[in-house]
Structure formats: C-alpha cells, structure tokens
Write a protein that binds this ligand. Structure first.
Ligand code: FAD
Length: 456
C-alpha cells in the first residue's frame, strides 16, 4: 500500500529517514508538502522565508523528478489536506520528521487524530531536524539540560545514525493532484540580498565550506567583516542540509575549525532540547523573570531607530541594516543588536525577537527565541547580567571598521576604527557626516540597567 511522506523542515532527498523508510516499505510513495494556512495565519511565513521556501520546494520537486517522482503540493489546513491525500490514495502510513515547536507538536497530534479514524498510521522519525533528538541527552534526575557546557559534553559522546544516501528511484502513484509549486518571483517584499534556497544550493554551500572555510572557523568566526562563517543557517532551518550529515562530514574534515563548528551545531540542538522540554520558553522568560522592561509605547522612538539601523552606534546599525538587506545577520551582530535592545535600551526581548523573525531567512523559533533570551539574560546564559558595550565590541570584532563602512555608507569616509565613534568628530568634520548622534549615552544606559536588575 501507498505511504505518504510529509515534508516539513526537511526539504531534501539526501539523508532523509522518513523518505527512506517509506520507500523501503512500499513500492509507491506520495512526497507531500502542505502550504499550511495555519502558518500563514500566525504570521510566521514572512517574505524572506516564503521566497527561500519557494526555492526549496522547486528544488525538492526537481530532485524527486530526477528520480522518477515529483512533489505533491497542497494548500490548506495541514491535517485536513494530509487526510484527503491518504483517502485518495488509500495510504496506510504517513511518515514525517519529529519537531519541537508548539506548532509542530500540535500538527503531530492533529495528524494522529485525523488519520486514526481512517486506519492510517503516523510514523515520526527522530534525528532528521536535529542531530541528536531532543530528550535523548538528559542530566541525572532532570528532563533537560539548562546549561550548554554539560549538555555539549554528553552530546558529543552520542552515537549518531549513519548518513543515508538519496534514493535512486521514487515512484508516485498516478492521478494524485497537486497545486503548482510556488515561485520565488511571486513573493513581494523580499530582501534584495537574499540567498538562493534549495538542496542543490545548500549542498554546494556545505561542500564549499568544508573545502575552504571550516579550517579557519575557530580563528575567524567573529571577524564581522571577513564573513567567515558557513551561512548554512537557512539550509539547516529548512532542512535542505541534514544536520547529521553536516556533523559527520565536519568531523571527517577534522581539526580545531571543525571542532568549533560542530560545537555550534550542538548549540542548535541544545536550544531545540530546551524548547522541547519547556515549550513556553518561546514567549515566556525561561529562567529569570524580568518585568521592568520599558513598554513598547514609552520606547517607541528608540525601538524604531533600532529597527531602522539608526541608533547612532555604528556596529549595531550596520548589523540591523545587514538584516534588512540580506535577511541574515552575522552572529556577533545578532548578539550586539540583541544586547543593545535589551540591556542598553532596556526593551523587552520579545519585541526584538519578533522583528528578527519578521526578516531572518533562518528565523527559527528554537534558535531565535532562545538566543534572544540568552542575550537578554532571561535564558540559559550563566552570566545573565553581562552587558556588551557596542563600542569596545565594535573595535574588537571589526577592528578596521570595514563591516561598518559596508553597511553604513554615510560613514564610509571615516577610516579605521574611528568609524566606531563618529561622535568624537567636532565642528565641520562632524557636520560632514549625515549620521545620527547616539540614542542614549552608555553610562546612563548602564545606570538604568543596574537599577532595573537590582544590582545596586
Ligand atoms: P555558523 O557560525 O557557520 O554556525 C553553523 C550553524 O550552527 C548555524 O548555521 C546554526 O545552525 C548553528 N548555530 C550557530 N550559532 C548558534 C547559536 N548561537 N544558537 C543556535 N544555533 C547556532 N540561528 C538560527 O538558525 N535562527 C535564528 O532565528 C537565530 N536567531 C538568533 C538570534 C539572536 C539574538 C542570536 C544572538 C543568535 C541567533 N541565531 C539564530 C544563532 C546564530 O546567530 C546563527 O545561527 C548564525 O549566525 C547563522 O550563521 P551561520 O550559518 O554562518 O553560522
């Protein structure tokens, strides 16, 4: 009997346990993607991710066609659409990847309910979206690790499943109707520098990274101008690159760069396991509750300046403009922008997390919300009251100022690290730069922070 493979955050044919299991058990499978109206309704499908997703779906369709199959696309409520396909094809099972967000869990429950009545089994596969399944690594007597270092120690000792090859042939039963596969060009409002999506592009990025980027990762990952990180985050978010494969190929590459890179992939799993154990952490403070944030209304002017990249702190502004232009931001930029909003302007982390989710092509509930909580000191950071100074951080991670000049062209005439402190210019020199004064003086901001946190 036919089996359905429901693709979600795993838009690839390589190393795909649900597809492999369905093909091993049946002669015919329906590779299905449902454009879920539930996601559209909750505002999560923003232009950058919708455009990248369109690339991914086209490429997945192409990958399946190369093997004699095709992708079936449906629009509507995910449980209802899957049930319709199951009924049309008399399928006996639906295979899908396990995932952790509240939405993903609800989807799994709803599928079970919808399919139970029509005699169809739901088979959930682990280690597809993450490398180590959430819940597989736990401390004694607790349900999850709240601190990264001990999690990582145990994570690194885990045995990972072997990487699966792409199938040679995929046979789809005749007559299963599909909506057209969406196209990126039909999505308005996309960031001009958005990367290309799809498994082919993702695998090429991974291979190029292993060949010529990973070796220097340990030394260069914080070099903001050097842009020396993998840029694989959208591929990992949409699953066009398998995290298991990324870990195993990186380990084979070996060396301190690979070790540092694999550690970052463990951070990704770490945040997934926190959210799996504490789903409310997507919106509620995870560890330490802070309730003295300035209200959105009282900080409206500052929030808008932060969103537009006009805070007067050049490295923060550069990062925020990179986000708008590319739908992606360097990790150090994310840390600085988040710390600035939450610990310098003292605005609630949820305001910033929402803005990031509006633009990030890799915008991910686990990684975004838990990193925002980390930066705000409400999450898993063991030093929740550290404050990143945007001037000293700018000088350290963008020592020549090249990152700032790239994204803040108004300051392109300033050479070297002087670009991090344009307010030091006086008179006519200052007037020559059409760039705002700092929104807030750092010592004042630090005072407010200490007061709000009860640190004196
Ligand atoms: P690399 O440095 O090459 O790292 C490789 C991979 O490891 C990344 O692709 C990512 O999957 C994972 N990774 C690296 N750092 C982290 C981290 N701190 N937490 C979890 N996983 C990590 N990452 C997202 O994928 N989606 C998000 O929505 C997201 N929001 C963030 C918000 C804030 C405030 C901060 C501080 C970080 C956020 N990150 C997020 C984590 C990190 O910044 C990005 O994963 C990284 O910058 C992506 O670039 P890269 O692929 O070149 O990373």
């Amino acid at each position: 009997r036919v089996r359905v493979v429901l693709f979600t955050a795993d838009l690839r044919v390589h190393d795909h346990p649900p597809l492999r299991a369905a093909l091993d058990a049946s002669d015919a499978v329906v590779p299905l993607f449902v454009r879920d109206t539930g996601i559209a309704a909750n505002g999560f499908l923003v232009p950058n991710r919708e455009a990248f997703l369109a690339d991914c779906l086209r490429d997945l369709d192409a990958g399946l066609r190369q093997r004699g199959g095709r992708l079936v696309v449906r629009y509507g409520d995910v449980a209802e659409e899957v049930a319709k396909v199951v009924t049309e094809t008399d399928a006996c099972a639906v295979h899908l990847a396990g995932d952790v967000s509240a939405y993903a869990r609800r989807r799994e429950d709803r599928l079970r309910t919808a399919l139970h009545g029509i005699g169809c089994e739901v088979v959930v596969h682990d280690a597809v979206v993450t490398c180590v399944p959430p819940g597989a690594v736990t401390p004694a007597a607790r349900d999850h690790f709240a601190v990264f270092t001990p999690y990582h120690r145990q994570w690194a000792r885990q045995h990972t499943r072997p990487v699966g090859r792409a199938p040679r042939a995929v046979t789809v039963p005749d007559g299963v109707g599909s909506e057209p596969v969406p196209e990126r060009s039909s999505v308005p409002g996309v960031s001009p520098g958005l990367a290309e999506g799809g498994e082919r592009a993702g695998r090429a990025r991974l291979t190029a990274w292993l060949r010529s980027g990973i070796a220097a990762y340990e030394d260069r990952h914080d070099d903001m101008a050097g842009d020396a990180t993998s840029r694989l985050s959208p591929d990992l978010h949409f699953g066009t690159v398998s995290p298991v494969e990324a870990v195993q190929r990186s380990r084979s590459a070996g060396g301190p760069g690979a070790e540092a890179f694999v550690r970052q992939l463990a951070w990704r799993d770490f945040h997934h396991q926190v959210l799996a154990a504490r789903p409310a952490a997507s919106h509620a403070d995870y560890r330490t509750r802070h309730d003295q944030w300035r209200s959105e209304r009282s900080a409206r002017r500052e929030i808008e300046a932060w969103r537009q990249g006009c805070t007067g702190y050049p490295v923060v502004d550069a990062a925020m403009r990179q986000l708008r232009h590319e739908g992606w931001m360097h990790n150090r930029g994310r840390l600085l922008a988040a710390s600035f909003l939450t610990k310098t302007l003292y605005v609630d982390w949820r305001v910033g997390a929402r803005h990031f989710l509006d633009l990030l092509v890799d915008g991910d509930i686990s990684n975004n919300q838990m990193n925002w909580q980390w930066a705000a000191g409400t999450g898993t950071d063991s030093r929740p009251n550290r404050v990143l100074n945007p001037v000293t951080q700018g000088k350290r991670y963008d020592p020549d100022g090249a990152y700032v000049r790239r994204w803040v062209p108004e300051l392109a005439g300033l050479s070297g690290s002087a670009v991090h402190e344009p307010w030091k210019l006086t008179g006519k020199d200052r007037a020559a730069y059409d760039y705002p004064d700092p929104l807030i003086e750092l010592p004042d901001a630090l005072d407010r922070f200490r007061q709000a946190r009860g640190l004196r």
